[in-house]
Design a protein around this ligand. Structure first.
Ligand code: NPW
Ligand code: ADP
Length: 279
């Protein structure tokens, strides 16, 4: 049975800092995203992570992309250091990964802290043992499973998204967030959640990159809980999807139900977090 994730569920998975907190205890997210072809994916993910509430974001990537990230979010730290979670792969073309990038990805995945694997890093699933959540759309899941000798097509995944998400979780041994108008979130332990998008304006370029940043921040800020209970990753993934949808709904409502951009979604996230904390 798939359970629809609600505002009440999500409210249990947002964190506000307490008097004893500092930027490190709140959680630091390491980010390896973006490329010369897709710098915007890095900007959007980092923006969304900051907007979700986090102690610090460390961005690791090409100089030109780092400059774009810093131009939008000067709070971002551009040097390596300790992190409590990684977000990797958005805006990266799997077929054009440089030696340096592969080194950065390998470093992130070897760190033994939870990882959000997106887009151009999805093929690295299973190469490390840290708690992992993958965030494919139907096309990416079909490609990933086909490469792992579970041949399928985009149409087949679209026809039975829950079944394919469950199969991926079981075979790959990771939590899966399969994106779509209904997002399917599951893990190998049998947790299964759906998140029905409250607006279809969400289907816009870069929207998934924003989702990655929201999820990365939620994972980093729950590093203590995750160390005790890796299954929390599934609840955090469902929460990220819920927050993402609600942010798009609010952003659209502000313009009379009109369209939103990916950046608009990220900008609307703090109000969603605030409303969840007030419940
Ligand atoms: N501003 C930026 O920097 C932005 C950067 N971005 C970055 O761009 C990169 C490429 O990401 P991408 O998902 O656009 O294409 P890609 O990985 O080739 O997909 C593989 C195949 O899957 C299919 N397919 C595609 N979408 C589908 C869907 N929703 N649901 C189902 N199927 C779908 C399609 O196959 P087809 O349907 O054509 O057979 C396609 O050939 C990625 O790193 C991302 O982060 C973007 O976020 C945009 C903003
Ligand atoms: N028809 C739709 N209605 C609502 N949300 C959608 C729809 N199609 C896709 N989405 C959502 O939009 C986002 C698109 O992400 P993704 O496919 O990674 O695009 P991008 O790579 O451009 O960021 C996902 O969060 C997905 O759940």
């Amino acid at each position: 049975m798939w359970q629809e994730w609600t505002a009440d569920d999500a409210a249990g998975w947002v964190a506000a800092p307490a008097s004893g907190d500092d930027k490190y205890s709140r959680g630091v997210l390491g980010v390896v995203t973006g490329s010369q072809e897709f710098p915007g994916a890095a900007v959007l993910g980092v923006e969304a992570a900051h907007r979700t509430g986090i102690g610090m974001v460390r961005y690791i990537g090409p100089r030109s992309v780092r400059q774009a990230v810093l131009a939008r979010r000067p709070e971002t730290v551009g040097v390596a250091g300790r992190v409590q979670a990684w977000l990797v792969g958005s805006g990266i073309d799997q077929s054009r990964r440089s030696f340096v990038l592969l080194g950065d990805l390998g470093h992130a995945l070897a760190a033994q802290v939870p990882v959000v694997l997106d887009a151009g890093a999805l093929d690295l699933v299973g190469t490390h043992t840290a708690p992992t959540v993958i965030t494919p759309h139907a096309g990416e899941l079909a490609a990933l499973l086909t490469a792992r000798e579970m041949p399928t097509t985009v149409d087949e995944v679209r026809a039975a998204p829950g079944e394919w998400a469950e199969r991926a979780a079981a075979e790959l041994g990771v939590a899966v967030l399969l994106k779509g108008a209904v997002t399917y979130v599951c893990d190998p332990d049998g947790d299964r959640y759906t998140v029905t998008a409250p607006t279809h304006w969400l289907a816009t370029a870069g929207s998934g990159d924003v989702l990655g940043g929201i999820l990365g921040a939620l994972v980093a800020t729950h590093h203590v809980q995750l160390a005790a209970d890796a299954e929390a990753l599934t609840a955090l993934a469902a929460t990220a999807s819920w927050v993402h949808g609600e942010a798009a709904r609010r952003a659209s409502a502000e313009v009379g139900g009109g369209p939103v951009t990916a950046l608009d979604i990220a900008v609307a996230v703090p109000a969603v977090i605030g409303a969840l904390l007030a419940r």
